[in-house]
Design a binder for this molecule. Structure first.
Ligand SMILES: [Zn+2]
Length: 105
């Protein structure tokens, strides 16, 4: 197997960032209804609002969207660390560290 074909099988893991925001919004799917809940981090508020809308209108179908900050990492931890080291060396070689020091002064 060549190096090129091996590189095609690199696997990535996608997960929610542990400190990232998660927001929800919803909209009613009843024909002609334009009711929405604007994006919010208060998930319980979205659920309560949907329940109130159903109670007052009988509309029971909603699109509920979840938006989160996602992180993509290599599944192979050794390869992830090798690439991080290579990126760090390249960054330092290009003078990024010196530039950071100048910016923070
Ligand atoms: Zn509705």
């Amino acid at each position: 197997m060549s190096t090129r074909s091996t590189a095609r099988f690199v696997r990535y893991t996608i997960s929610g960032h542990p400190n990232g925001p998660v927001s929800l919004h919803a909209r009613c799917m009843h024909e002609g209804c334009h009711w929405v809940v604007l994006p919010t981090a208060d998930h319980e508020r979205v659920g309560r609002a949907m329940g109130h809308h159903t109670a007052s209108t009988g509309h029971a179908l909603f699109f509920r969207n979840v938006e989160e900050l996602a992180v993509v990492t290599l599944t192979d931890k050794a390869e992830q660390e090798r690439r991080a080291d290579a990126n760090r060396l390249e960054y330092e070689h290009l003078g990024g560290a010196a530039e950071d020091a100048r910016d923070s002064a």
